[in-house]
Design a protein around this ligand. Structure first.
Ligand code: SF4
Length: 482
């Protein structure tokens, strides 16, 4: 049930991470070296060991978060950083270029990185892949011939026979139904389209003009070619948006009826994201108007039958995400809500982030360093973190809160061999404060997030973030929760 308690939202406005990982990427350390990473790769895969931080594993923990389980499949993330135009609101890691030869060069280095991994893993069997995601930048700026090329590379080094989800983020300005057909021929079954807003004045101001018709063609083609799920991304809080104009956008999105909708809050931080300085603050909607827009959108989506998954995600009731929410298997990873988050994730490409056993790692962020390291046959690792036992406990709890909206203390006590009330004495007091506000309900052995608290889920999760709690003001660098 979607409950939008405006008064509560206004009262609880704060900044907090989006928790696509815990610890969050800004806690990754340069001390996580290539050598450490190599050691973990070998422990995980050459010795036929994989991580299991959950009760799905049937194997034996070796006290390092790594367990024997040769059949577990991995997820892959491929980052394609290039875009041919700059959207002024963008906060992604991207490279703006009109030179298509950049893609050809990049693909040769991606192959080199993938080959290097498989050589270093030194496992006679190809690793099985359960999920593959192309993000960017604009992966759809690749031609279908280039998509085929990279898919052949992936197929050469990985076993794709059991892959359940192969997804790409699509920029509708350089895609069409033929492109979608080409993706389908190459095994893709999910697309996510960046729509943001259909209002022309808003589009012009943020330098991203795209018609309703081209988006409709792409979504219609995805449905006709049997894609199992479609997603559209929208952003509220962009310049010149108002209640009426965004209401028209939502009506058009409902006409498209994608399986999933992500409705993101625009975070205007020009000091960090330079292109945003070309957006005039005076053109941005006020926080009251933003809340009006959000409330209208949430109510319209609810009336149309979309289920609220969490934070900014909505899905039709028969979509996998909605099913996972209902059966308690919903998870969260770097791409947001997912049904595959507990697998190891190998990531390739500049700035990409992966998850191995009980560690996160990130590649170097600039293209020059990425190429230079691969030229020397070095993995292009920049930083990472091996999770401590405390990190693992809090990661599990934050994931439970973000995805299951409740926590039973006995489950944590049994899983991590601790006394919840002793270990989380301070956090329980903070939860009591949220209970008084109506965000959570506390009973003796558990707490659950109320329907009206679900829009403020980050307020609840942040209580268990040790890094933020230790440095009281550090949440200011994160985006507003609404
Ligand atoms: S929003 Fe997407 S297409 Fe636009 S600049 Fe950013 S990454 Fe590129």
């Amino acid at each position: 049930m979607i409950v939008f308690d405006r008064e509560l939202i206004e009262k609880c406005q704060t900044n907090a991470p989006r928790y696509t990982s815990y610890p969050t990427a800004d806690r990754f350390s340069l001390d996580y070296s290539r050598e450490v990473h190599l050691g973990r790769l070998n422990s995980l895969f050459s010795g036929e060991l994989v991580h299991a931080d959950d009760n799905k594993s049937k194997a034996v923990n070796n006290n390092d978060g790594l367990v024997n389980n040769t059949n577990e499949a991995v997820s892959l993330y491929i980052h394609i950083p290039f875009c041919n135009t700059l959207c002024l609101y963008c906060a992604c890691n991207k490279i703006i270029t009109n030179d298509r030869t950049n893609i050809a060069t990049y693909l040769t280095y991606l192959e080199k990185e993938i080959e290097l991994y498989t050589q270093l893993i030194n496992n006679s069997k190809k690793l099985k892949v359960i999920q593959l995601h192309f993000g960017g930048g604009s992966p759809s700026w690749m031609t279908i011939a280039e998509v085929k090329q990279i898919m052949q590379v992936i197929g050469k080094y990985f076993d794709m026979s059991i892959a359940q989800e192969i997804a790409m983020e699509i920029d509708p300005r350089h895609s069409n139904s033929d492109y979608i057909a080409g993706l389908r021929e190459n095994g893709f079954n999910r697309v996510s389209i960046g729509l943001q807003d259909f209002d022309y004045k808003v589009q012009k101001t943020v330098n991203r003009v795209q018609s309703f018709e081209c988006c409709k063609n792409i979504l219609d083609a995805a449905k006709a070619f049997g894609f199992s799920s479609t997603n559209v991304d929208l952003i509220y809080g962009l310049p010149f948006q108002n209640l009426e104009s965004f209401s028209t956008t939502i009506d058009k999105v409902l006409e498209l009826a994608p399986a999933r909708i992500a409705l993101f809050n625009y975070a205007h931080i020009p000091s960090i994201f330079m292109p945003q300085s070309r957006i005039k603050e005076s053109d941005l909607p006020s926080s009251m108007v933003k809340l009006d827009i959000l409330q209208m959108s949430v109510e319209k989506l609810g009336r149309f039958g979309y289920k609220f998954i969490g934070m900014d995600h909505f899905a039709l009731p028969d979509d996998e995400l909605a099913v996972a929410l209902d059966d308690g298997s919903l998870q969260r990873n770097f791409q947001g809500y997912s049904t595959f988050a507990d697998t190891n994730m190998l990531s390739f490409g500049v700035s990409s982030i992966g998850f191995l056993g009980n560690s996160y790692y990130q590649n170097v962020k600039d293209l020059q360093s990425y190429y230079a390291m691969l030229d020397k046959d070095l993995l292009p690792i920049m930083r990472g973190i091996i999770l401590s036992q405390d990190d693992l406990i809090r990661k599990h709890i934050i994931s439970q809160i973000m995805c299951q909206y409740s926590l039973t203390y006995a489950d944590i006590e049994q899983k991590f061999k601790l006394s919840f009330s002793d270990y989380f004495n301070v956090e329980l007091q903070m939860l009591n404060d949220l209970a008084e506000l109506g965000l959570v309900e506390m009973v003796s052995d558990r707490f659950s997030v109320t329907d009206k608290g679900r829009f403020l889920i980050r307020n609840v999760a942040v209580i268990f973030d040790k890094y933020i709690q230790l440095s009281k003001n550090s949440s200011k660098s994160y985006s507003k929760v609404i």
